[in-house]
Design a protein around this ligand. Structure first.
Ligand code: HEC
Length: 210
């Protein structure tokens, strides 16, 4: 009896819900009863098969975005720079956020060697990850600065400026001498201290589509 009553109760509730919904469909708030939108608010008719805005990307649009540099240096542009060149760029365009020597901030600390305990970042959250103790490839530094820094005006540095500031940051991290010339041939050869702390993705590289 108890379960039969329970079933009846459930059915009763369902019936009530159905009648509320059904009344709503017929009620004054349904879409069908709304006045038609005035002509000016209606969406313009779509040109067939298109959204009606935008244009095909030109080769120069694509070139401005197609700037990725691989770990092995693939994609590095022509140009060259030394730490002395980069020191000027750094002082003018970077020091305000990263500090006079790259250690003071207020934004990310860029300079600092191995903290001495094998860089166990996971076990010690106080350790600061820097170019000197964490970045596995010098080429990534070029890529990142060129595409993202300064964040207020990314893309504003010339390739020569980026080579220079890359050389300067590597020099501040004691990874290259002050007179080292950084270019497409020398940058991939810089040995980064954290290089062997990263392992290759066992799934391999994604297939290139072009
Ligand atoms: C207006 C402030 C500002 C300026 C100017 C600036 N940066 Fe940055 N930079 C940042 C911030 C904020 C981050 C962190 C971005 C993030 O985590 O997404 C950052 C991150 C970086 C990093 C990555 C640090 C890491 O280990 O993850 C590098 C390298 C870097 N900046 C280099 C430069 C260089 C070189 C310049 C000058 C050409 C520059 N920045 C100018 C604010 C600035």
């Amino acid at each position: 009896m108890r379960s039969a009553a329970h079933r009846t109760g459930t059915l009763g509730l369902c019936a009530l819900a159905w009648s509320v919904l059904a009344a709503g469909e017929r009620g004054p708030m349904t879409r069908a009863a709304e006045p038609a939108a005035p002509q000016s608010q209606r969406a313009p008719a779509e040109p067939s098969g298109r959204f009606g805005f935008g244009r095909p990307a030109s080769p120069s649009d694509i070139a401005a975005l197609d700037i990725d540099v691989g770990p092995d240096g693939r994609g590095l542009p022509a140009g060259r720079g030394t730490a002395a060149d980069g020191e000027r760029t750094y002082a003018a365009r970077c020091a305000g956020c990263h500090g006079k020597t790259g250690r003071e901030g207020p934004n990310d600390v860029l300079v600092g060697g191995d903290p001495g305990d094998g860089a166990l970042f996971g076990r010690n959250p106080q350790l600061r990850r820097t170019i000197g103790n964490y970045w596995p490839y010098a080429t990534t530094l070029f890529d990142y600065v060129r595409r993202a820094m300064p964040p207020t005006d990314p893309g504003s540095l010339s390739d020569t400026d980026v080579y220079g500031v890359t050389a300067y940051l590597l020099f501040l991290n004691d990874l290259v001498p002050a007179d080292a010339v950084m270019d497409a041939a020398s940058l991939p050869k810089v040995v980064m201290p954290a290089r062997d702390r990263f392992v290759a993705d066992p799934r391999g590289r994604p297939a290139r589509t072009r």
